[in-house]
Design a protein around this ligand. Structure first.
Ligand code: NAP
Length: 443
């Protein structure tokens, strides 16, 4: 591949989660010519869902950040935080400063169920709750009080399992994690006694993975209960993972509760039909379901109401459109062919294929997009580019650099030491992060 201008090829990657950083790595590894990659991020902190989505007690998955860090430290790669597409920068700015742009902003919001009561106070997107315990600066630590003895979590995917596990654990169990201290204090004051995890289909259809499911059975503070009649599965020819899930669920159905302080009820064949309440959530009405002959989930007309004060909707994430970037509202992704969106614009990760797969899936996904990008660049005419630093300086915008971010990390390690907790404790709020990197006047 020859650079269109004869110099280094410059690429902007928008988003510094796994998809963005794997894309930066693939650019450095796959390009035949020297390449410069700027990873542009709206927050002062990199790693996206690895920092703000992976559960704090999943330390081995969190350690993927160490791998991503090595990519950001490559001499060909820069981190430019505090820059939001559509605010400090537009698509036109990026195309005027880079040979190509790759959008990797993931899937940041929750899907809706479309049932009455979904907007009542106390009905909450799992994404909000996850952001809360992960210390995302968009969600204040006082967002949740956990004052309801009963809580429902709708959905049986891995996010639901994360949310349930955090609700079921004691604050002591989470003390060595990076959960913000204010959040840990709220978890310590939790009144939650019963957690209901609701699957609208059967055990064989659940989306959680076996390893994550098994962890629920190891909770020291909660009994996991499954109703034998709901764990019955007809037929026997299931893939290994699903067979494993069914076996675990059926073993739980056969064991009596141990008298632990909290109780997790894993329910199947129950479809949420209404979230009840006047001023705030007071209950969740469910309808028992079955599969119709053509494989659809249909109601049986048999109803049950759970007396819950909070409903966490964990029914999947979805991407949001980026200003000036094509978006398909039916798939909630950016339309692309092998990662190509339009001339010099590309996409990778959940924004490209939807919110599926594990973190590592984004690596092969990024490889495909970068292959397309490099092939396109090799035979396109030169583009006159304005250096991005010049453009930002002209607007009085100073991005958060990698070394600024490292100062935030140092402050988090220092906070953990002061509190006598683990390796790091997340700082709360954007201002605290900006203060830590000596940028109190930035926003
Ligand atoms: P998911 O795996 O797609 O699960 C969504 C769940 O919501 C499914 O059980 C689905 O049931 C249910 N659902 C959807 N619409 C519903 C409705 N209207 N009413 C009731 N239930 C509804 O999504 P996710 O849990 O958000 O996870 C997203 C991705 O991140 C997945 O690839 C997941 O594996 C990954 N992840 C991985 C980890 C990990 O590896 N530890 C942790 C967190 C997330 P149906 O099947 O019936 O549609």
């Amino acid at each position: 591949m020859a650079s269109p201008r004869g110099g280094n090829v410059r690429v902007a990657v928008v988003g510094s989660g796994p998809a963005g950083i794997y894309t930066a790595e693939a650019l450095v590894k796959q390009a035949a010519e020297p390449v410069e990659v700027d990873v542009i991020e709206r927050l002062p902190t990199p790693y996206g869902l690895v920092r703000y989505g992976v559960a704090p007690d999943h330390t081995s998955i969190k350690s993927i950040a160490n791998y991503l860090r090595r990519v950001l430290e490559l001499p060909q790669v820069r981190f430019l935080g505090g820059l939001t597409l559509g605010e400090e920068l537009s698509v036109a700015d990026l195309l005027g400063s880079y040979d190509a742009v790759v959008y990797c902003t993931g899937a940041m919001v929750d899907r809706h169920m479309g049932i009455p009561g979904e907007d009542l106070p106390g009905s909450v997107a799992a994404t909000d709750f996850v952001n809360w315990y992960c210390g995302h600066p968009d969600v204040s630590p006082d967002r949740f009080t956990l004052d309801s003895p009963e809580v429902a979590v709708i959905g049986v995917g891995n996010v639901a399992v994360d949310v349930v596990r955090i609700l079921a654990k004691t604050a002591e169990e989470l003390s060595s994690t990076d959960v913000p201290h204010e959040v840990l204090e709220r978890l310590a004051g939790s009144q939650v006694k019963a957690i209901h995890m609701i699957g609208r289909r059967g055990a064989q259809h659940a989306k959680f993975t076996l390893k994550e499911l098994r962890e629920l059975g190891e909770l020291a503070n909660a009994d996991v209960c499954v109703r034998p009649e709901e764990a019955v599965v007809l037929g026997g020819d299931f893939p290994r993972q699903i067979r494993g899930n069914i076996d675990v669920l059926q073993s739980w159905a056969a064991r009596p509760p141990q008298g632990r302080p909290r109780r997790l009820d894993v329910r199947f064949w129950m479809k949420p039909v209404e979230i009840l309440g006047e001023e705030r959530v007071e209950g969740l009405r469910l309808e028992r379901t079955r599969l119709s002959e053509d494989g659809r989930v249909v109601g049986t007309g048999e109803f049950e109401t759970l007396p819950v004060g909070m409903v966490l909707r964990s029914v999947g994430y979805q991407s949001v459109p980026l200003p000036g970037v094509p978006f398909d509202e039916s798939t909630m992704t950016v339309p692309n062919q092998a990662g190509r969106v339009r001339d010099r614009e590309y996409v990778a990760g959940w924004l490209k294929r939807g919110p599926t797969g594990v973190i590592g899936t984004n690596k092969s996904d990024a490889t495909e997009t970068v292959r397309t990008l490099l092939a396109d660049l090799s035979d396109r005419p030169p583009v006159r580019l304005t250096p991005i630093d010049e453009l930002l300086a002209g607007r009085g915008v100073r991005p958060i650099g990698y070394h600024d971010w490292r100062r935030i990390e140092d402050a988090e390690a220092e906070l953990a030491r002061t509190l006598g907790r683990g390796e790091r404790v997340k700082l709360v709020g954007l201002q605290a992060m900006l203060d830590a990197c000596g940028r109190p006047d930035s926003r």
